[in-house]
Design a protein around this ligand. Structure first.
Ligand SMILES: [Zn+2]
Length: 394
């Protein structure tokens, strides 16, 4: 049994509370008794600890509906005056904002359009909204997470052919010293899917998503693998495509050029689409009754399948998740599965990595950003800092 004593100073006093918060994050509907059993706490220790967490405005308890015999059970919820994070996802033409609570849930989600506005104008708008949240939540706002459809390197958009933003510093979205994290949308989506409730934490997951282009993420044992400068896992730019086709990234023959909206337009002999995502969605939608569209869709689906087989051969994941338009592309194709199996090394065909749609794909990047922020906040040091803020707040 763990010994609960409020000895120690500073951060060490928050080691056990951090374990409780971690358990709560993994199982947001957990009851006090279940939590005590999981952590090996006596009932009185669990009560003491819960009192401390409630006084620190981290969690609160609500009674479960009565019905069974015995003492009433309590379920944990985020404290109504507890810490929050703000998360933003910038896509082509739109951005989405939400507020996250410790249980991983998102609230107050809002969508914004920006048409042809320049990056500085869009960022001014985002900063204005973040500033309003900071005014409203005060010191309860503990972090800002920014997801962007582009290659992120050291907090900057290193390359986004989709947004046509290059070298834009997203760290500058910070308001009043609130810490900011910036990451690629596909990486964040992959995190969200790997950490969802019930998914084992030890998995190696490959995430492949199609928005205006092909994005990817690699999660190994719960942590994103992003390389030396944060710009790794750019699967869409593996040279799996036609070496004669130039990718907007500057390289030739990128995998993404085989299966995006532009590839479908080339296959169908139609003009270059202004909005490749929307165009691709339309082509997939009409494939059932249009022979040419069906063929173009099958071709793109096979390119997707072969590339995923290559990733499976190289990275040995136990799960592949699909996001964005990769989901309907996979669903619309009858040749995908065969192309996938043919691309796999023989020994892998016995039990190939499962390919599943990502569970929460619309908000996946936002959830992943919130998850990354909570990983930083819900540490002994982070909780100790929060508790000092609460103590200083009337
Ligand atoms: Zn490329």
């Amino acid at each position: 049994m763990a010994t609960v004593r409020a000895t120690g100073t500073g951060d060490t006093r928050w080691v056990l509370p951090a374990l409780v918060v971690g358990e709560f994050r993994r199982h947001p509907a957990i009851t006090r008794s279940r939590l005590a059993a999981t952590l090996g706490l006596s009932s009185s220790s669990a009560t003491d600890l819960m009192g401390r967490l409630e006084a620190a405005r981290l969690v609160a308890e609500v009674p479960l509906p009565a019905g069974t015999r015995g003492r009433p059970k309590h379920r944990l919820v985020p404290h109504p005056e507890g810490p929050v994070v703000a998360v933003v996802d910038v896509q082509r033409g739109t951005w989405r904002l939400a507020v996250g609570t410790l249980d991983g849930r998102l609230h107050e989600t809002s969508d914004h359009r920006y048409g042809s506005a320049s990056a500085p104008a869009v960022l001014d708008d985002v900063r204005g909204r973040l500033h309003a949240l900071r005014e409203r939540y005060g010191t309860r706002l503990r972090g800002i997470g920014v997801s962007v459809a582009g290659v992120v390197r050291d907090g900057r958009v290193a390359d986004s052919s989709m947004l046509r933003w290059n070298g834009i510093d997203l760290q500058a979205l910070g308001v009043d010293g609130v810490p900011v994290i910036v990451d690629n949308d596909a990486t964040l989506a992959a995190i969200a899917d790997t950490v969802r409730e019930g998914a084992p934490g030890s998995r190696t997951t490959v995430h492949v998503t199609i928005e205006a282009g092909l994005g990817g993420g690699l999660i190994d044992r719960g942590a994103p693998v992003v390389g030396a400068t944060g710009a790794g896992a750019e699967f869409g730019h593996l040279p799996f495509g036609d070496p004669a086709v130039r990718c907007p990234c500057g390289a030739y023959g990128c995998w993404g050029t085989e299966l995006d909206g532009h590839a479908l337009a080339r296959a169908l002999g139609e003009p270059e689409p202004d909005d490749p995502r929307r165009y691709m969605e339309q082509v997939i939608g009409r494939a059932a009754g249009d022979r040419a569209a069906q063929e173009a869709v099958e071709r793109a689906a096979r390119a997707l399948a072969r590339g995923i087989a290559g990733l499976a051969n190289a990275l040995d994941p136990d799960l592949v998740t699909l996001g964005g338009l990769a989901v309907p592309l996979h669903a619309a194709s009858v040749t995908f599965d065969d192309a996938y199996r043919r691309g796999l090394m023989g020994f892998r065909r016995q039990s190939p990595p499962e390919i599943v749609p990502a569970e929460c794909h619309r908000d996946a990047a936002l959830r992943g950003a919130a998850h990354r922020l909570w990983d930083q906040i819900a540490t002994p040091g982070g909780l100790s800092a929060w508790a000092r803020t609460v103590a200083a707040t009337p």
